[in-house]
Design a binder for this molecule. Structure first.
Ligand code: PLP
Length: 409
């Protein structure tokens, strides 16, 4: 299905929040990289869960607990299938992508990274995939290294092999840049890291909602997912990890489901995946995320990806025609994000004027300060796309940007 054949009106009808006016104008939501809106199917799943099934999971013997446990474990299986993991024990529920990276940095990192070792990331990472590694390196006396980016917004992969040394203990890379939209050739990156015996964590916060992710095909050791960026609720995310790697890692947080038996002397830890899920989990969040994945599949990821490409192309052309506007990030492959600066206008002023027109974008460093400093800017304007956006949304953005020009003429 080409982008133009995509039935975006049908998709929009499923997202109730989009049908409102903001500041007297129809809402144009172009901030989906920060968080996506939720289809009615997800909202209904949450209401249904709390109306009929709510109870704590795993330990109960009564009917509601059995139902909530089935719903929670069913969600785990739904996610396994969506990303093609081998086994549900490889699917760990966490709060979001940030927590997934922190889990790996703390558990894998503290047990496998020592003084003088190296952790390799890239200059393109979100702060969530930088700071946990900085904290680890500070703690254990390791060194954090970065793969640089070029002026187009692609990783300088010609430097990768030299940066992967015999001291490198892990490589952490984003699948898609939240600030530029660059899609990294992660399968190739994983292959090159593995050739040197280095495990790889991929940050998939901006990928899952745009195209098919197959963790077995990518062969990554970890894949971090964010529920709220993929039309699911806030507060839920997933860490995928290869069972063999997860088995070798110590527990991270203590309490609740991560335990089999406790005496005052000793705790016996639970098996995977529960060993990494301390305390009552976000049960409704998992149920909502499963409903979001059902919804994505009902629309079709190929159709979503084609629609995404069409909008990106249309948007890039329309924005480049605006005098004084410069698009950042013209990488070989891109997804979901149009990031730009306007001559003589601060990104926050652009954001404020667009908001008055009902157009929601994001202005700032997008939690990717090292990346923006590579481009010599402190902030950009970022319009980010999801399956419910239209060419008319881009037209409204362009009209708003002409207003910005008039104000600052
Ligand atoms: N990684 C990337 C690339 C992101 O864009 C974000 C959020 O913007 C995160 C990580 C953090 O995700 P979460 O909000 O699920 O913690």
């Amino acid at each position: 299905m080409s982008g133009k054949d995509f039935d975006v009106a049908r998709v929009r009808a499923d997202f109730p929040i989009l049908h409102q006016e903001v500041r007297g104008r129809p809402l144009v939501y172009l901030d989906s990289a920060a968080t996506t809106q939720k289809p009615q199917a997800v909202i209904d799943a949450l209401v249904r869960y709390y109306t009929h099934d709510n109870a704590n999971v795993h330990r109960g013997v009564h009917a509601l607990s059995e139902r909530s446990t089935a719903a929670y474990e069913g969600a785990r299986e739904r996610i396994r299938r969506f990303i093609n993991a081998r086994d549900t024990k490889e699917i760990i529920f966490v709060r979001g992508c940030t927590e997934a990276v922190n889990l790996v940095a703390q558990s894998f990192g503290r047990s496998k990274v020592g003084p003088g070792d190296e952790v390799l990331i890239t200059a393109m990472e979100h702060h969530s995939n930088i700071v946990p590694w900085q904290m680890l390196c500070d703690k254990v006396g390791a060194t954090l290294k970065m793969v640089p980016v070029d002026e187009r917004g692609d990783l300088r992969l010609e430097q990768l092999d030299a940066l992967l040394t015999e001291r490198t203990r892990i490589l952490a890379v984003t699948h898609v840049s939240n600030a530029l939209g660059t899609v990294n050739p992660v399968k190739e990156i994983v292959k090159r890291a593995h050739a040197k015996g280095v495990p790889v964590l991929l940050d998939g916060a901006q990928a899952l909602q745009h195209f098919r992710v197959d963790v077995q095909d990518l062969d990554c050791d970890f894949y971090a997912l964010s529920g709220h960026k993929a039309f699911g609720p806030t507060g839920i995310g997933v860490l995928y990890g290869k069972a063999s790697v997860l088995e070798s890692m110590p527990p991270w947080q203590g309490g609740g489901d991560m335990i089999l038996t406790v005496t005052m002397e000793k705790t016996v830890y639970n098996r995977l995946p529960y060993r990494f899920e301390a305390g009552t989990p976000d049960i409704s969040g998992a149920v909502g995320l499963a409903a979001a994945l059902d919804y994505i599949d009902s629309v079709g990821l190929d159709a979503i990806a084609a629609h995404d490409r069409d909008l990106l192309e249309y948007g890039a052309q329309a924005l480049e025609a605006i005098p004084g506007l410069k698009l950042l990030g013209r990488g070989r492959e891109r997804s979901g994000v149009l990031s730009f600066i306007m001559e003589d206008v601060h990104a926050h002023d652009v954001g404020t004027i667009l908001d008055r027109e009902g157009v929601a974008i994001r202005a700032g460093h997008h939690c990717a300060q090292p990346l923006l400093s590579c481009f010599g800017v402190a902030a950009t304007v970022r319009a980010s796309l999801a399956m419910y956006n239209t060419r008319e949304d881009i037209d409204a953005l362009v009209r708003g940007l002409h207003k910005v020009r008039e104000v600052f003429a």
